[in-house]
Design a protein around this ligand. Structure first.
Ligand code: LLP
Length: 413
């Protein structure tokens, strides 16, 4: 179901008019549909029902506490990449025993904190990292668990900046290195190998790369088991894509039909780490038009949101649909840009917006629920916007707009 719809030409999120929210809370404003998050989670959960599995929401995609709480209430696990994300999961009441910790650069403090919180396992990316975890667990008189993140060298056919499972990427270990690490790890007393993990990339819009990588992984798991390694968990990462423009990513059912028969062969608990699939289409960014500026070659709609609020177009040339909050039949082509002093501060070129668009009108950038607010910054000394979560008729302020005083609170002068 689509949770962002026009009613009498006015854009709604669930049952709440977006214009009302924009006027009440100001812009730039992130608006999330709680029920779309829940629906996506339930869709995936039921599509994968035939498997012994756990879904671990990739917290990096949207770490607002209300969002984390929403997934915690669905009994979701969490994939984290920092102690900061773990801290938020603790605060939001998530179950830390269902946390898996990924990332190439875990610090001593982060590892200690994760062991204290008794997370399910670490996804380790190098031998030195495993040694560090073993040493820290030893000092704490604890034993912790790990999976090795392997790099299956499969092309996920996505943007090069979010491709992670090819041999030239910094992530994971090749199969040979992984095998010898598992054997070497038998000497470590404070870490126990419990499985394998991979994550081949993000915004993957076909099932083939997943299936190819899973098939490769199965061969590795068979070899590891033959060497006496107890593979209880197989974590296949995240990466399931969504529609931004005209992509045709698999639905949860199509994904399940492709991967479940392969995953059953592992005879293990399967972990999924979806981020974008769960939250991407469930959020919009609302901005106010500041100026409409005509040059001899172009017409620009200049917003009060910039690349500091939504970085994806600038960083990945990503497409986000741009729609008016008040719909109109008569449209014209414009370039939609932010106020920041860089030419990369754009949201869309040659987009269709109402012919009569003017200062003070609101527009919405779609599919901003994942990697939206979490990638926002204070560039140009711009306070970050607010976040609102809608549940039917009710609107909860999930984050207040940042103030100028908050911007300088840690500066000493
Ligand atoms: N697991 C691991 C280990 C990851 O590195 C990621 C994402 C995920 C799971 C979740 O992937 P997803 O299901 O959301 O595709 N900022 C970029 C995306 C970076 C993704 C990084 N890793 C963007 O805006 O497109």
């Amino acid at each position: 179901m689509n949770y962002f719809n026009y009613k009498n030409n006015k854009l709604f999120c669930e049952n709440v008019a977006v214009e009302k929210l924009a006027k009440k809370h100001g812009t730039p404003l992130y608006i999330y549909s709680k029920n779309s998050f829940i629906e996506q989670y339930k869709n995936l959960d039921s599509a994968l029902a035939g498997l012994d599995k756990m879904i671990c929401f990739a917290t990096k995609s949207n770490s607002n506490l209300v969002v984390i709480k929403t997934f915690a209430e669905l009994n979701s696990g969490f994939d984290i990449v920092t102690g900061g994300e773990l801290f938020k999961i603790v605060k939001a009441g998530g179950d830390t025993n269902k946390v898996v910790f990924s990332g190439v650069g875990k610090t001593i403090e982060e590892i200690k904190y994760a062991i204290e919180q008794n997370i399910l396992f670490f996804n380790i990316e190098s031998e030195v990292e495993l040694k560090r975890i073993n040493d820290i667990a030893g000092e704490m008189n604890k034993k912790t668990r790990f999976c090795v993140r392997v790099n299956p060298n499969v092309d996920p056919k996505t943007h090069k900046y979010i491709t992670t499972g090819k041999s030239e990427n910094k992530f994971g270990l090749d199969f040979e290195a992984a095998k010898s690490l598992y054997n070497h790890a038998k000497n470590y007393k404070n870490v126990e190998a419990v499985g394998v993990q991979m994550h081949i990339g993000s915004q993957i819009t076909t099932t083939e790369p997943f299936v190819a990588a899973i098939k490769k992984l199965l061969k590795l798991v068979e070899k590891l088991r033959a060497q006496g390694i107890d593979v209880k968990y197989v974590d296949i990462g995240g990466g399931l894509g969504i529609v931004y423009k005209n992509e045709t990513p698999p639905t949860a059912e199509q994904f399940a039909i492709a991967v479940v028969p392969e995953l059953k062969k592992f005879n293990a608990k399967i972990i999924f780490e979806p981020g974008r699939f769960l939250v991407g289409n469930g959020g919009i960014l609302v901005a106010e038009v500041q100026y409409v500026k005509k040059t001899p070659t172009k017409e620009f709609v200049i917003l009060n949101a910039g690349m500091n609020d939504l970085l994806r177009p600038s960083l990945y040339d990503a497409y986000h649909d741009i729609i008016p909050v008040n719909a109109s039949d008569k449209l014209k082509k414009v370039d939609v840009v932010g106020p920041i002093c860089e030419s990369s501060d754009f949201f869309g070129r040659e987009r269709k917006l109402p012919e009569e668009i003017k200062s003070g009108d609101f527009i919405a950038l779609k599919s901003c629920g994942a990697y939206g607010f979490v990638m926002a910054s204070n560039y140009n000394t711009r306070p970050r916007g607010a976040e609102i979560i809608i549940d039917g008729n009710s609107a909860i302020v999930a984050r207040k707009r940042e103030t100028l005083e908050q911007l300088i609170k840690n500066e000493i002068w």
